[in-house]
Design a protein around this ligand. Sequence first.
Ligand code: PMV
Length: 316
Amino acid sequence: MITASAPAKIILFGEHAVVYGQPALAVPVTTLRAHATVEDRAVGSGLSVVAVDSDETLPVDLTEHAVKHALAFMARQVLRFYGCQPPDAAITVTSDIPLASGLGSGAAVAAALGRALALRLGQQIPDDALNTLVFEVEKMHHGTPSGIDNTVIVYERPVCFVRGQAPSLFRVGEPVAVVVADTGVRALTRESVGDVRQQYDADRAAVEPLLLRIGSVVYAAQRALETGDFAALGALADENHALLRQLTLSSPELERLVLAARAGGALGAKLSGGGRGGNMIAFALPGSASRVEQAVLQAGAARAFTVTLGATPGEG
Ligand code: PMV
């Protein structure tokens, strides 16, 4: 049986500004994954993708011009990349990653599917090639994505990402906990990215300094993570959140969770990803993570979990 998977991701610092060429830091969440499983079918059946979460079976046809579904599009891209006809198979895609909450579910299912289909074609798709194909899928989801999601998910390493540059990896010097809490509010990244674009076009002189400041915060946060300077890390998370709030990317639910996390002993807290809903993250010393998790759950988080950075090779 052929199977493949890809992890969720969280953006630690720099979301939105990354669309405008500023750096951003993101890490994979190796414990939360999308999976793809290939089953052979009778000769002549063709290829289909079974998307369990949306309860859809999608035929994949090389000749079709307009492919609306991201997964069918991903499968067709892989076939074209290898110049192959569709094999007689069904690829079932499942995911543990909550949808539309800033954890990269769309990129992860596409990456898992791409790897599984390539294996069925007798190929181990190189990460660089897979990254390029998943970026095309991200464009379907988000319009004008920076490319950070596909990069961290495909390479499954902590990355400092700058649009148009090869991603650089970074190491977390001292273990630090990141409590991830879901507001339970679904928000479309495409819309929040579009809103920031409108603000930028309407008043560039006001928006550009905020984006530049976020870039400086990101580089300082990378140094703080590398050296284990937790006091600086927390203050930088708070500052990044305040800048995102000025860009109107927070929401009452996010504010409630951010304040609860800080009151519960977090080093600092911020929204993560597209904003207006979805997830927030709080940095905490490993010993206080469970207290912070309790605090955000009590403040109404739909779900919360903790990732410890710097403790496992995959996460820094
Ligand atoms: O909502 P997410 O986690 O997919 O994050 C999007 C990150 C943005 O910076 C807002 C957009 C982008 O393409 O980088």
